[in-house]
Design a protein around this ligand. Sequence first.
Ligand SMILES: [Zn+2]
Ligand SMILES: [Zn+2]
Length: 376
Amino acid sequence: MPEQITNFQCPSCTGPLHFDGSIGKLRCDYCGSTFTVQEIEALYGDKIEDAQTAAAQAAESAQQSPPEQDWNWNAVSDDWGEAGIDMRAYTCPSCGAELICDATTVATQCPYCGNPTVVPSQFDGHLKPDYILPFKLDKVAAVKALKEFYRDKKLLPREFASNNQIEKIQGVYVPFWLFNGTAEVDMSFRASRSMTHREGDRIITETDHFQLRRAGNVDFERIPVDGSRRMPDAHMDAIEPFDYSELKPFSPGYLPGFLANKYDVDKEECAARADERAAHTAEEVIEATAMSSGYATCSPMGKSIRLHRGEVNYALMPVWMLSTRWKDQSFLFAMNGQTGKLIGDLPVSKERYWSWFARIAIPVAGALAAVLYFFV
Ligand SMILES: [Zn+2]
Ligand SMILES: [Zn+2]
């Protein structure tokens, strides 16, 4: 029976291939030959199809066989099962080793022979991503970005930047849902405008009060929400935006050399986050039209927002994940693999915090005291 996974190897020398974002092609780690994504797709198309068929057949026979006859891709051990991680076992077509990966793995690397491995059943049929945003920046760029990130952080303990070691670094295609739609917003505001004039020895202020109404439709294109449970949402939100002009129709040819996971949070569950963002942004847009109308005061009174959801696309986005350790604590960083935007948590040096705080806070406190004195 054909294997359920496929390796991507160099057609010239069978060395491992990896997608090189700087040239937009696949490169052989051994002989340096390069191949376009289309060439590799054409070469491996049949193997990918065979693997998809093999997986479908295996799934069917697993359904027919009695449940106690556990077949190889059920939970591998109870420990993992308890942690809520469903593991699967495959056989590497290149070296025959058993490859254990979690149930959402789309692409990985065989730890024994180093060949990039894809699991074609994970992008079969309705699981096929609509788009992929290929990696543009490599590992070297990610390490450099992290060093630069440390450099501008004034509160970072000095030993952290100089001594902490990068423990892990991995390029990951993260599953994202891209939401399209329209928000229909209807808002009312209370506004006023005052005029002052003098009559004899009196100063008269006349205030006109208005009730404003602003309504309109705000269209949304591709609001990204990550569909991966293990990815920290705050990190994923913070590395946006992605430049969608470089989105490509999905091809497994972009995967070699990176990890890729299938979504494990479906679009219905992610929709709430997209809706919240759409509603909030639409409200801000409509509110801004009222605020800029030239009234002296303007405050919102009521609002109604109706969301109409359009097409939802499934896309894989490039993210470098870096983790470092310092004083028995782990720090996680994420870098946008297209734009280089990096985000992460850092320890704060108390000493440096106070010296920074003293420099900023004392002049502010001084200024505040001066203002209060003036008013008194
Ligand atoms: Zn080669
Ligand atoms: Zn192998």
